[in-house]
Design a protein around this ligand. Structure first.
Ligand code: SF4
Length: 326
């Protein structure tokens, strides 16, 4: 799922589990124990030892290198957000609905799954209970669950689950590029036609982006398509983003050249991350999305000071650390 820049703030659910910082999404040979709690590797260790990137973290770095540092290197905690948690809940409901026989995949059935999935979410992530700590009467919680119901209901106007038999749901994928960089993520749904054509589907609980932001929204989908191509040798026939917030469906039929372009972009991105990791030059890039950032208290753009850098440093090479591919 994640991410147009607009959707990133409001969605958070989609390939939702990837919203949490991933310990090994920084290059090896840059220290390492501080971020992941694992044994530090010698500086000469081959980069492939821990070179791994998800769409969420790639988007973080493109949005703001300092945000990437706070999430991946410093692993600063973040508060759960109501919007992201709602996204996670809705994704769980849509996934579980396919457990039922096709004819029983109705809107009432889907909505009836919400309370149970909310219970499961509270058990697996107790911190989400904080969201409603100041709501003793349960009014805000009821309204929030009502919004989740509306999103689930809207889905039935966009797709017909009685006619779908997903090949995969919440599929973890990981592929290694020739450079040693590993790409990974979680795909909401994979449909495979009898002819073998593959469709990758991602649910967004936010609104569809304006046309000028569509390319950013498709980045994550092309990322997944690249992983599938590298894993299976098949270019997915269609990428489909289902926006439950606005009731829109955005599709794109990728070409091999698209995936090759994304691969080059990710390699350039990874090189920029590698340089920033080694030099400690993580530049803030303030945008309107700063309003959603949990780390303003540590951000120089807002008068804050980052925590001491936990990795060994070397001198910067020119200006390359700030050259963030877009
Ligand atoms: S507040 Fe803005 S500039 Fe600062 S780290 Fe967060 S996203 Fe980056």
């Amino acid at each position: 799922m994640e991410t147009s820049t607009e959707g990133a703030a409001a969605d958070g659910g989609g390939s939702a589990p990837v919203t949490a910082p991933v310990a090994d999404e920084y290059p090896a040979g840059a220290g390492g124990a501080a971020a992941g709690g694992e044994a530090a590797e010698p500086a000469a260790a081959p980069a492939r030892a821990r070179a791994s990137l998800s769409p969420s973290r790639a988007s973080d770095f493109m949005q703001c290198p300092l945000l990437y540092r706070f999430r991946v290197i410093d692993r600063l905690p973040e508060k759960p957000s109501a919007a992201a948690t709602k996204g996670t809940l809705v994704h769980a409901v849509l996934e579980r609905l396919f457990d039922a026989p096709a004819a029983e995949r109705t809107a009432p059935r889907a909505k009836s799954l919400i309370p149970g999935q909310w219970d499961r979410l509270r058990e697996s992530r107790p911190e989400v209970v904080e969201l409603f700590a100041d709501d003793p009467e349960g009014e805000r919680l009821a309204a929030w669950l009502g919004e989740a119901e509306q999103l689930v209901e809207r889905w039935f106007g966009l797709e017909d689950p009685t006619r779908l038999e997903p090949a995969e749901r919440e599929l973890f994928v990981e592929a290694e590029l020739e450079s040693g960089l590993r790409l990974r993520g979680i795909i909401d749904r994979v449909d495979v036609a009898p002819t073998g054509e593959v469709r990758i589907v991602d649910y967004k609980t936010g609104k569809a982006p304006r046309p000028e932001y569509a390319e950013g929204a498709l980045f994550q989908m092309k990322f997944y398509a690249l992983v599938v191509w590298r894993l299976k040798g098949v270019v997915p026939r269609r990428l489909q983003l289902v926006y439950l917030g606005s009731g829109d469906v955005l599709t794109y039929d990728p070409l091999l050249a698209d995936l090759e372009r994304v691969e080059r972009k990710l390699l350039a991105l990874w090189e920029a991350i590698r340089q920033a990791t080694e030099t400690g030059e993580w530049r803030p890039r303030p945008t309107k999305l700063c309003g959603w950032c949990d780390h303003r208290a540590h951000c120089p753009e807002f008068g804050g000071t980052p925590p001491p850098y936990p990795l060994p440093l070397r001198a910067a090479e020119g200006d390359a650390a700030g050259a963030v591919p877009r």
